[in-house]
Design a binder for this molecule. Structure first.
Ligand code: NDP
Length: 283
């Protein structure tokens, strides 16, 4: 039976350290500040934003939630970003995705100054991941790397397989594993003989968005399995992309859903915002 990697516990430890560092910074007159903009009333997005706000409060950060109506124009949103870019209290700006269809996500991401882009979606920050010379790392894959380090799972020389190639999870995940000297394969919907590829993995990261997609027969005995998926089932509960019950008997370590990767994502957001505030303190 695999070791269950407790993301909640790891996140708690990292957040306690962040809160201590934020308190020390506050004594020097710099309180880390995060602004989260949400456009429209998507229910899942509202929950994510509330969780981010709560995590900021617990870490002693200043946090602003800017709720804008669904009819907000692209220009109005860009103006709001511009004013936050100039706001000295704000170290990080995050625009909750998805945006309503009439707003161009790329334009919005590009409008956030790279030094305040704590989600690391701006092209400048994305490009920096390629060279390993980064300012911020995208929250979900960076949270997974923190987990692996915490569990003393060495990536160097390991066969790493990532299923999923999205810009926010799969691709940066692959690059980070490569930067840590893993031998990395990225799979997607056009990959042939997927199970053959996944069975080679010492470390398997699954970010597909389909409940129970990875089954025990796709996993090598003793592999580390990281489940990024968040799927709301008909039972109203959250399910991962991995068939946890089957795979836990084959893997050596596995993340549960909920309580695995999820808590690490917001933790990295706090880390990025703290790093931005430290840079402000040095100016
Ligand atoms: P996307 O929908 O952007 O990407 C899904 C990827 O899965 C695509 O690259 C797609 O391939 C691939 N895929 C789909 N079907 C198959 C298949 N049959 N075989 C192999 N690959 C397949 O999703 P995200 O990366 O944004 O998110 C993935 C999951 O992670 C979702 O459940 C999401 O909710 C969750 N998530 C969780 C977070 C957390 O904090 N825990 C944060 C972000 C996301 P192709 O490119 O060819 O279409």
């Amino acid at each position: 039976m695999a070791k269950i990697i407790d993301g909640k516990l790891i996140a708690g430890e990292v957040r306690a350290r962040i809160a201590d560092e934020a308190a020390a910074l506050a004594k020097c007159g710099v309180v880390p500040g995060l602004a989260v903009i949400i456009v429209g009333d998507d229910a899942a997005s509202q929950v994510y934003v509330r969780n981010k706000h709560k995590a900021c409060a617990e870490a002693g950060f200043y946090s602003e939630v800017i709720q804008m109506p669904r009819e907000t124009t692209e220009n109005e949103l860009l103006c709001k970003i511009e004013s936050l870019a100039e706001d000295g209290k704000i170290d990080g700006i995050l625009v909750q995705l998805p945006l309503p269809e009439h707003i161009d996500e790329k334009k919005v991401t590009a409008a956030i100054p790279p030094e305040k882009d704590v989600d690391a979606f701006h092209l400048e920050n994305t490009g920096r991941i390629m060279t390993g010379d980064y300012r911020y790392l995208p929250c979900t894959p960076a949270g997974i790397m923190t987990m692996l380090r915490h569990e003393k799972i060495d990536v160097a020389g390991k066969e790493c397989v990532v299923i999923g190639r999205s810009n926010i999870v799969g691709k940066p995940m692959a690059m980070m594993l490569l930067n840590e000297n893993g031998t990395v394969t990225v799979c997607h919907s056009k990959t042939k003989n997927l199970a053959e590829v996944t069975r080679r993995a010492d470390i398997l990261v699954v970010a597909v968005g389909k409940a129970g997609f990875v089954t025990a027969d796709m996993v090598k005995e003793g592999a580390v399995v990281i489940d990024v998926g968040i799927n709301r089932g008909e039972d109203g509960k959250l399910h991962g992309d991995v068939d946890f019950e089957g795979v836990k008997d084959v893997a050596s370590a596995i993340t549960p859903v909920p309580g695995g990767v999820g808590p690490m994502t917001i933790t990295t957001l706090l880390e990025n915002t703290l790093a931005a505030a430290k840079r402000r303190a040095e100016r």
